[in-house]
Write a protein of this length. Structure first.
Length: 229
């Protein structure tokens, strides 16, 4: 049985990804805030919820190393933890940039770095980071400066990891969703065209496809999941 690490496994996107990989026969090791958060959400024979502070480098590293030691390999890592903040340049303070950096970049790096080390040792693996339109293109960062700056680092990290992994079957991709169709987003933007948004299940299916034999030859550093928006 293959093993996938999914951070934020009880969030909107993380939950959809976890369900997809479980359905496809993976063992999912998901980070949760509290150990009993996912006890009724996922089948216990194929899901292990682990309480991890992904903002803490040592805690995240220990989690990855224990998972590798327990199951012998980490085949996939999908890193979904993050957060959003508004603010123009005039409104944004350094502290707010630091907060977004910690929430969106450090939480990704703290897991991706030890996973990358383990995958390089085992000789294969797929890592998926979650980017954003404001992170890939500054014109979308208007009014969300700290968030856009933090997310932009995700793309640079993927580039660096792929460069170091040349010649090895270890690939890091950045998934870039448009607006994800969630209850929170519908409440926040009630006048929007919900049909143009992308569903978490569609993103999960795309991520899984890139882990299949059919996609084995692909080396896509950026995967845009925009639907019709």
């Amino acid at each position: 049985m293959k093993t996938a690490i999914i951070t934020g496994s009880t969030g909107n996107l993380g939950k959809a990804v976890a369900h997809k990989f479980i359905k496809e026969g993976y063992r999912v090791v998901g980070t949760v805030t509290h150990k009993d958060d996912a006890t009724t959400e996922f089948p216990t024979d194929s899901f292990e919820g682990v309480a991890v502070d992904v903002e803490n480098e040592e805690d995240a590293k220990n989690f990855v190393e224990k998972t590798f030691s327990k199951y012998g390999a980490i085949d996939v890592a999908v890193i979904t933890v993050g957060g959003f903040a508004k603010g123009t340049v005039a409104e944004t303070k350094t502290t707010e940039i630091i907060n977004q950096y910690r929430l969106n970049f450090e939480t990704a790096y703290n897991i991706a770095q030890p996973v990358f080390v383990q995958m390089m040792q085992q000789g294969n693996g797929r890592i998926f980071l979650i980017g954003s339109r404001p992170g890939i293109d500054a014109k979308y960062s208007k009014g969300m400066v700290a968030y856009g700056l933090a997310k932009s680092l995700i793309f640079r990290l993927a580039e660096l990891m792929n460069d170091e992994a040349k010649g090895h079957n270890v690939v890091t991709s950045v998934v870039v969703p448009s607006t994800i169709d969630t209850e929170v987003n519908r409440t926040f933007m009630p006048e929007a065209d919900f049909n143009s948004w992308v569903k978490a299940e569609e993103i999960a299916g795309t991520i899984y496809f890139y882990c299949t034999d059919a996609a084995a030859a692909l080396r896509e550093p950026v995967i845009k999941a925009y639907n019709n928006s």
